[in-house]
Design a protein around this ligand. Structure first.
Ligand code: PNS
Length: 161
């Protein structure tokens, strides 16, 4: 069985991430979406909130599950019995960081490969940080995230008023 993990911060999950999950789920037998629990990053959403939103979003994909992880990605991959990490590449600017991460992971675990999905062109501009900024200034984020996430973002920023 070919299993893959798709790790990220997903703060919040965007249509760009969802497109990659959909495509990966067609190629691999099983995909585990791993939400990084990293206190030092000071996320907008708690890890539990991000996991809940993702679970709702992938509800109709039977071969996808969502869980959180902390610590090293190589350890998470081992715990999931996976030798494949999925990452999205939006533009050449992503490449340097992704290459460095993938090579570092392969040194720690030579059996772990990273498979890059080129982001759909219509999402190549999209990032979670841009979505957070637009939402912070009460801009319309409906083109970037599903309605469920939009609702949760609206709640976050109205809580912060
Ligand atoms: O969505 P992001 O923030 O680009 O995802 C980055 C992520 C979670 C894939 C990366 O930060 C990660 O793997 N963190 C776990 C810690 C780790 O293994 N670091 C060493 C790899 S360079």
């Amino acid at each position: 069985m070919k299993t893959a993990i798709y790790p990220g911060s997903f703060d919040p999950v965007t249509y760009g991430h969802i497109d990659i999950i959909d495509r990966a789920a067609k190629i691999f037998d099983h995909v585990t979406v791993g939400v990084l629990s990293n206190q030092s990053k000071k996320p907008l959403f708690t890890v539990a909130e991000r996991v809940d939103m993702l679970r709702e979003i992938v509800r109709d994909l039977p071969n996808v599950d969502v869980t959180s992880f902390s610590g090293l990605l190589v350890d998470f991959a081992r715990a999931c019995n996976s030798q494949v990490v999925i990452r999205g590449l939006r533009a050449i600017t992503d490449f340097e960081y992704e290459l460095q991460m993938s090579q570092t992971n392969r040194i720690m675990n030579p059996d772990l490969d990273t498979v890059f999905f080129t982001t759909d062109l219509k999402y190549s501009y999209l990032s979670s940080s841009t979505v957070r900024e637009v939402a912070y200034f009460h801009g319309d984020i409906s083109a970037f995230v599903p309605p469920l996430v939009e609702q949760e973002m609206l709640k976050k920023f109205s809580d912060q008023k």
